[in-house]
Design a protein around this ligand. Structure first.
Ligand SMILES: NC(=O)c1ccc[n+]([C@@H]2O[C@H](COP(=O)([O-])OP(=O)(O)OC[C@H]3O[C@@H](n4cnc5c(N)ncnc54)[C@H](OP(=O)(O)O)[C@@H]3O)[C@@H](O)[C@H]2O)c1
Length: 270
């Protein structure tokens, strides 16, 4: 029993690989920096798939149409005997829709055992390399184009817990909309972080164009436009849904933003 984890250097992949290893399972932890596995280099795919019977897949980040590289990989995986695929998608992507929706639609046609995880936005975007973390650290502000709309932010540890169940439990053969336990605005987020850290943080709600211009001061233009566009989805109000899937799958409630902030206190402003 060997599981391939693609994106194993990242937020969900590293946790999924770690949890599987703790259970004594054999893991191939793949990414460009870890093993040289590159979605855009098919020559690197055969090695990664060797002897694998299940796989957790994080798509190439920022690719607007990842089915172009993921489709041939999935076909190769099916031919080589991979039995189960767990795909990390995104909450707004419906099966058959653009972007990851096209990969989602392909998975059940190739594999008898599968799951597609559709999480909302990550709490972990507030720390590390994400632009939110940068504006919090540099400016004492969370800058978004989300207005006062709410989103049910999810703790990446919950996604990893669900992913491990999807890989090791009975085959889900469905997609799961994964959310945190409550929908919050970024003004609420700033208030929670301020209270936990004791350092004032405010939410500055701007127009998407202003956000894009700000992001362009440190990101490539395409990435800045993509990220500003993601905020429009939240601003539309469509991401306020709260589901109970984390609890149904793991048997315990999804982690709260407060719990997350307390646990990540050392990575937040002091
Ligand atoms: N951030 C959010 O709020 C959020 C919410 C819902 C869904 N998602 C989805 O989660 C996924 C991960 O996003 P993230 O920003 O959080 O990134 P991440 O998982 O923290 O990092 C991306 C991972 O993919 C690897 N990777 C990137 N390009 C690759 C390539 N060409 N070939 C092989 N591996 C590659 C990276 O490692 P190397 O650099 O070593 O290759 C890294 O391990 C995306 O599909 C995103 O749509 C994110």
């Amino acid at each position: 029993m060997r599981t391939l984890v693609v994106g194993a250097a990242g937020k969900t992949g590293s946790r999924v690989a770690g949890r599987l290893r703790e259970q004594g399972r054999e893991v191939v932890a793949a990414s460009r920096s870890l093993t040289g596995f590159d979605w855009y280099e098919p020559d690197t795919h055969d090695d990664a798939l060797s002897g694998v019977d299940s796989a957790y897949l994080v798509a190439p980040v920022g690719d607007p149409d990842p089915v172009g590289v993921m489709g041939p990989f999935l076909e190769r995986a099916a031919r080589q005997g991979v039995r189960r695929i767990v795909l990390l998608s995104v909450a707004p992507a419906e099966s058959g829709g653009p972007g990851l929706g096209r990969v989602h639609a392909l998975v059940p046609t190739l594999f008898a055992e599968w799951a597609v995880l559709r999480p909302t936005w990550f709490m972990q975007n507030l720390v590390g390399a994400h632009p939110h973390a940068r504006s919090i650290a540099d400016r004492g502000e969370l800058i978004t184009a989300t207005g006062d709309a709410r989103v049910a932010l999810i703790d990446v540890d919950d996604i990893a817990d669900v992913a491990v169940r999807a890989l090791t439990g009975p085959p889900p053969n469905t997609d799961w909309l994964l959310t945190g336990p409550e929908a919050v605005s970024y003004t609420d987020v700033a208030a929670v972080i301020s209270e936990v850290t004791g350092v004032p943080l405010r939410h500055r709600a701007v127009e998407p164009e202003e956000l894009r211009a700000y992001l362009e001061t440190f990101l490539p233009a395409a990435a800045a436009a993509r990220m500003a566009g993601l905020d429009r989805i939240i601003a539309s109000g469509s991401q306020e849904r709260v589901t109970g899937v984390v609890e149904e799958v793991t048997g315990r409630p999804a982690r709260t933003l407060w719990d997350w902030a307390v646990r990540h206190r050392s990575q937040l402003p002091a």
